[in-house]
Design a protein around this ligand. Structure first.
Ligand SMILES: Cc1ncc(COP(=O)(O)O)c(C=O)c1O
Length: 343
């Protein structure tokens, strides 16, 4: 007898999060995959007895075609996490230096430690943006620099021209991870032209993921693209049979449902603007977030106290700030009611 679906999800610890509208600590999409993606996932179960492609060549082509780059420029991994580790394994040796902002995506220090790198951290400026001058200075002896745009946790972006100026200041053999995990939430005028950028800077790897806007965090799929020479080096580290069939099918189905996906992304961005506006009316400032979350800097009443007992799962920072994933109106209401009650 087949166990009920919920029991199976529960057995792997996925159920509480999947149905919890207050789980706002990981910047996931709060909605289940699009109907077309779900039915594609159901349809691929009959192929589960077979390995996926030895190296994900077809997926690579699919992504390349979608993003307007050559397929030999693309690498694929288990989330952006897998891609970043692949880059670190390919280009660093233990003891090399990695430069990153602070605060930043929690993964970077973990990945650096796994690759046995030294880390140099550079505080954000007062607007929650990268201090690119200080990072360029810190990167003189570094092998890798991570720049995350929009930034996690502040959601801010630096103008494309500033990023380009920063890149011209770096040594040509310092690899730059331009982490665009949230790029799909950016308005067109704020996006960087990735293919042109990597054509100009042979040391830049643009990193993207299907975990955020595409809402497929549980399937673990991400990719990177860069100049062909560097990509060849990175592809050598491509894990055999490393990307499961369901992940590959979900990408194909997502690309076929692009207009619904864009509609969902617009809805999440609108919800973020709404929450920001309502918080502002309550006297609460947030950084200029451009992704699917808001960052509220610390203030006299500590945020953990404000949200205590609300049931909300949020990411609290040592400097007193808090990051809140945005998406559903239900979670927006819960955040607003906790803040209102504490005002
Ligand atoms: C900036 C940034 N990069 C990478 C990741 C990792 O994403 P993935 O699920 O693709 O490994 C995250 C996840 O929160 C992130 O915020």
């Amino acid at each position: 007898m087949v166990a009920p679906r919920s029991a199976l999800l529960d057995a792997v610890g996925a159920l509480p999060q999947a149905v919890n509208p207050l789980a706002l600590s990981l910047n996931e999409c709060p909605f289940p995959p699009l109907p077309a993606v779900r039915s594609a996932l159901r349809a691929c179960d009959e192929a589960a007895n077979r390995y996926p492609e030895f190296l994900p060549q077809r997926l690579r082509s699919l992504i390349a075609r979608h993003d307007g780059i050559a397929e030999e420029q693309v690498i694929v991994g288990a989330g952006a996490t897998g891609v970043i580790m692949q880059v670190l394994h390919a280009v660093t040796s233990p003891g090399d230096t990695m430069v990153m902002a602070t605060p930043t995506f929690d993964g970077y220090p973990i990945f650096a430690q796994m690759a046995r790198l030294r880390t140099v951290t550079v505080p954000l400026d007062e607007h929650g943006r990268h201090d690119l001058d200080a990072m360029a200075e810190g990167a003189r002896q570094a092998r890798v620099v991570a720049v995350c745009r929009p930034h996690n946790p502040t959601g801010t972006i630096e103008p494309a021209a500033e990023i380009e100026r920063f890149l011209t200041r770096l040594p040509a053999d310092t690899v730059v991870l331009l982490d665009e995990a949230y790029v799909e939430f950016l308005a067109a005028e704020h996006r960087i032209d990735g293919p042109t950028l990597v054509a100009r800077f042979g040391n830049v790897v643009v990193v993207r993921t299907f975990s955020k806007a595409y809402g497929l965090a549980g399937l673990r799929i991400g990719y990177g693209f860069c100049a062909p020479d560097l990509a060849r080096e990175l592809w050598r580290m491509q894990l055999p049979f490393g990307i499961g069939i369901s992940a590959q099918v979900a990408v194909a189905a997502s690309y076929s449902a692009e207009s619904q996906l864009r509609q969902r992304i617009r809805m999440i961005a609108a919800e973020r603007r709404y929450l920001q506006m309502r918080l502002r009316a309550l006297g609460v400032y947030s950084t200029d977030g451009q992704a699917n979350f808001l960052f509220l800097p610390g203030r006299p009443t500590p945020w953990p106290e404000v949200f205590d007992g609300s049931g909300l799962q949020l990411r609290h920072y040592a400097d007193g700030g808090v990051r809140i994933t945005v998406g559903s109106r239900q979670s927006t209401r819960a955040v607003l009611s906790a803040v209102t009650a504490a005002s």
